[in-house]
Write a protein that binds this ligand. Structure first.
Ligand code: GRF
Length: 206
């Protein structure tokens, strides 16, 4: 994957601000890749309009018509293969992926999560951190496995919780870090020169 322009799929369910950060990073050459397809499981998701505006193909794959999670996942893999995707980037995609997808793209699916994992997995990570009273939280980009927010960590960045922070001010500083970190983590993966040892993302080239 180290040469040529790698083909990304970005999977969304909503706002798509991380998708926008990836689009912008490609436009200003901080990220050397192209987005082959944006897939949303939610019709009318705001991120679809962002993709349209950037001239990126989109597909809507609602999960309701599919009788089982596995049937949906098989359809998703087919779509990713049709678009010859090298790396799948989850960006606010609100569905757990099953083995059919994980096995089709081993160490080729990334997710961004708005906390320093393994703290505060799952929904509302910013609220969890704010309520818990931690003084440092942050963002994590990790490979996806079949567990929730659990695969090997590619990059993290810390965000301090300030005494005057409301949930909103904290969440918006975390989001700004997400937008900085996700394109950088994607580039790091595309560049190669790493391997997974146990849970660890180990760089074999500096
Ligand atoms: C982000 O906070 C991301 O970390 C989480 O879902 C949110 C998606 O936001 N997984 P957006 O759709 O990228 O604006």
């Amino acid at each position: 994957m180290a040469t040529g322009l790698s083909r990304l799929a970005v999977l969304i369910s909503g706002r798509g601000s991380n998708l926008q950060a990836i689009i912008d990073a490609i436009a200003n050459r901080r990220l050397r890749a192209r987005i082959a397809i944006v897939i949303s499981n939610v019709e009318g998701a705001q991120g679809l309009a962002r993709a349209d505006a950037a001239g990126i193909p989109t597909e809507v794959l609602p999960h309701r018509p599919w009788p089982t999670r596995e049937a949906y996942d098989i359809q998703l893999v087919e779509t990713l293969r049709q678009h010859e995707v090298d790396l799948v980037c989850l960006a606010g995609f609100m569905r757990l992926l099953g083995p059919a997808v994980i096995d089709a793209f081993p160490n080729r699916i990334l997710n961004i999560h708005p906390s320093l994992l393994p703290s505060f997995p799952g929904l509302d990570a910013q609220r969890q951190a704010h309520q818990y009273g931690v003084q440092v939280t942050g963002v994590t980009v990790h490979f996806v496995d079949t567990q929730l927010d659990a695969g090997p960590i590619v990059m993290q960045a810390a965000v301090p919780v300030l005494p005057a922070d409301t949930l909103d001010t904290l969440a918006s500083r975390i989001l700004a870090e997400e937008h900085r970190v996700y394109p950088e983590a994607i580039q790091r993966v595309l560049d190669g020169g790493w391997r997974i040892e146990g849970r660890r993302f180990v760089r074999t080239r500096s």
